[in-house]
Design a protein around this ligand. Structure first.
Ligand SMILES: Cc1cc2nc3c(=O)[nH]c(=O)nc-3n(C[C@H](O)[C@H](O)[C@H](O)COP(=O)(O)O)c2cc1C
Length: 363
């Protein structure tokens, strides 16, 4: 099944006009109360030409928010504020899923808006430092989640999924990548639990399966995507058996009938610059071979590589991160093969409209 970036794609019952997706990106511009930026409606509406927008991640509860100025989907005010964003995207003919996340041990009381300490599968601090309003601080040791904490967090994911649809999102994407809570549960070096959520691979994946089961009771599973990065090392995660992990995850997600799997390829990790390394594991092909559901891939793509991968039938959609920051009309620019504006890293996470809504579209 060979395709081009500019062919439509049926994502369940949603018809996408092209195969260009906007990757989820934290932009650290949320308003107090975990509301999306007052410029978010304009920012996302400018990018409505994407076949699919995946929004920046929304926290599912108070302790899920490890970084300052990130939004959430757990209060009526947040739902109402996001509705103005999704309305603006729909008015421009676009489609938008909300990424939802819990940062787990990647957090700091000085970054959490309620001053809450981070939690994680086990009391193991990540190596390195985290951005807070008091500067870069070492990751603290997280509190190991109790059985009750896990049960409540599962329910909070289901509620956030329901809230996302209430806020007008077309679906949700579970952030299972980049060293955040799900990836922490998956990882045998970070998850040392001795209960049913730790130990064997099957147990380490159980948190995701339980979240998906709960979400299924709240919204149609055909509106639920999952993002994964089995080879990522961002946020001090290294999986001992990344191939076994991706195979087990893909098999379970296929069986669950998710809307899509969004795979971060090993070319990049988190928001670091693309690395060009030799002999990268063929994770896209491994995923494709086992998955009957749609596959989105991301990681350092340009037009030519995107067309080659779609042409070879190795993915259904290609997501673009950094180039969507600086090219609001990226799908159209790719279609016309126009030059792209390079992104300015200095304004990735700054507050205000600069570097957010002021990149021009090609005339
Ligand atoms: C500023 C910035 C913020 C990001 N935040 C997130 C995030 O919150 N969630 C996520 O899954 N990925 C995040 N990413 C990763 C991107 O979604 C994407 O996977 C990565 O940039 C690689 O794609 P690219 O090479 O096209 O930029 C972020 C990337 C950037 C540049």
């Amino acid at each position: 099944m060979s395709a081009s970036l500019f062919d439509p794609f049926a994502l369940g019952d949603l018809v996408l006009p092209n195969r260009v997706a906007m990757a989820p990106m934290t932009r650290s511009r949320a308003e107090p109360g975990g509301l999306p930026s007052r410029f978010a409606a304009q920012y996302y509406a400018q990018r409505a030409g994407a076949g699919l927008i995946v929004s920046e991640p929304n926290g599912v509860n108070r302790e899920s928010q490890g970084y300052p100025r990130t939004p959430g989907l757990y209060t009526p005010e947040q739902i109402a504020a996001w509705k103005t964003v999704t309305d603006a995207v729909h008015a421009k003919g676009g489609r938008i899923f909300s990424q939802i996340w819990h940062t787990g041990r990647i957090g700091h009381a000085k970054g959490n808006p309620y001053g809450l300490e981070p939690v994680g599968p086990s009391a193991i601090a990540a190596k390195g430092k985290i951005f807070t309003d008091s500067g870069m601080l070492p990751f603290p040791e997280p509190k190991a989640m109790s059985a009750d904490d896990i049960a409540r967090t599962i329910a909070d994911f289901a509620q956030a999924a329901a809230n996302a649809l209430k806020a007008g999102f077309d679906g949700i994407e579970i952030h299972g990548a980049n060293g955040y809570l799900f990836d922490q549960f998956f990882c045998d070096a970070v998850n040392l639990r001795t209960d049913r959520y730790g130990g064997s691979m099957a147990n380490r994946l159980r948190f995701l399966w339980d979240v998906l089961d709960a979400i299924k009771q709240a919204i149609p599973i055909g509106r639920v995507g999952v993002r994964l990065s089995p080879f990522g090392t961002y946020n001090d995660i290294t999986h001992s058996d990344p191939k076994g992990l991706i195979e087990a995850l893909i098999d379970g997600l296929d069986k669950a009938g998710v809307a899509y799997v969004h795979l971060i390829e090993p070319e990049v990790s988190g928001d670091r610059e693309a690395k060009v390394t030799e002999a990268l594991p063929p994770v896209r092909q491994w995923a494709r071979a086992r998955l009957s559901r749609p596959l989105i891939v991301v990681g350092g793509y340009d037009r030519a590589r995107a067309q080659a991968v779609l042409g070879a039938g190795e993915a259904d959609l290609i997501a673009f991160g950094r180039n969507y920051i600086s090219n609001p009309d990226l799908a159209e620019r790719l279609r016309r093969d126009l030059a792209l504006t390079p992104p300015n890293r200095a304004t990735f996470y700054t507050q205000g409209p600069e570097g957010y809504i002021d990149y021009p579209a090609a005339s």
